[in-house]
Design a protein. Structure first.
Length: 243
């Protein structure tokens, strides 16, 4: 259960409280018991976790990949895109999640900073800044962190229709309540959606995130990742979170 903005007792400037007070996380810790034995390696396929997430998101298990926080999955995504395209450009809209340009620069991608006003985001604006559809990934944290700014669904569709790749970071999905994951089947090679349990489950220390994408893109994530992306304790935490 998420307490909505109208129920807030005190106005704050932090994104967590701008969109709601997290009451869902309480039950995650009410019955918390760490695993007593972790002698065996964790399931490299995250089978139980992906099944739970499949039931939660409504997408098939082969459209889900899990990682050590969504950070790791963002890094993997940009790495395999750069390997496939030496002219890769990553578009960001400050203020946004600060790691986007860090990961982009790490792989040698060109980074373009757009103006703050997200209502102006469009394919025409991207072209004005020299970002072409065939070489560009647009990073969209929606709502943005830390400002809470939004990009409308129609804007994302317009970018996809123009041929751009969009990485939709839905870290605050459970607070915001809107997703573009239903568009994946229409834009299977362009749209990737990431989420995390760090926010609404208050499990940042467990380092567990996941990506929703077309099975062919999920295969690319698996190809470029290691075999054990998170611990057995973090995997257990996902089941305990009762998504």
């Amino acid at each position: 259960m998420v307490k909505k903005r109208g129920d807030l007792l005190e106005k704050t400037t932090t994104l967590h409280l701008e969109y709601g007070i997290n009451l869902h996380a309480d039950h995650v810790y009410d019955s918390y018991t760490p695993l007593k034995v972790t002698g065996a390696y964790p399931d490299p396929f995250s089978t139980a976790n992906r099944q739970a997430l499949s039931e939660y998101t409504g997408l098939a298990t082969d459209m889900i990949v899990c990682g050590s926080g969504s950070d790791e999955l963002i890094d993997i995504y940009l790495r395999f895109n750069k390997l496939a395209d030496d002219l890769l450009t990553v578009v960001v809209m400050p203020p946004m999640y600060y790691q986007y340009p860090v990961y982009a620069s790490r792989v040698g991608a060109k980074v373009i900073n757009l103006p703050h006003d997200r209502t102006q985001l469009s394919s025409e604006l991207l072209k004005e800044y020299g970002a072409t559809p065939e070489h560009t990934v647009v990073m969209v944290d929606n709502p943005s962190n830390p400002a809470g700014d939004l990009v409308a669904r129609e804007q994302i569709v317009e970018l996809l229709e123009a041929g751009y790749k969009v990485f939709a970071d839905e870290a605050y999905f459970e607070f915001y309540g809107h997703t573009v994951s239903d568009l994946i089947s229409s834009y299977p090679r362009q749209l990737v959606v990431s989420r995390t349990l760090s926010k609404f489950c208050a499990m940042a220390g467990s380092r567990f995130g996941y990506v929703l994408a077309d099975p062919q893109l999920i295969a690319e994530f698996n190809k470029h990742s290691g075999p054990f992306l998170h611990s057995k304790n973090s995997m257990s935490s996902v089941i305990r979170s009762r998504l």
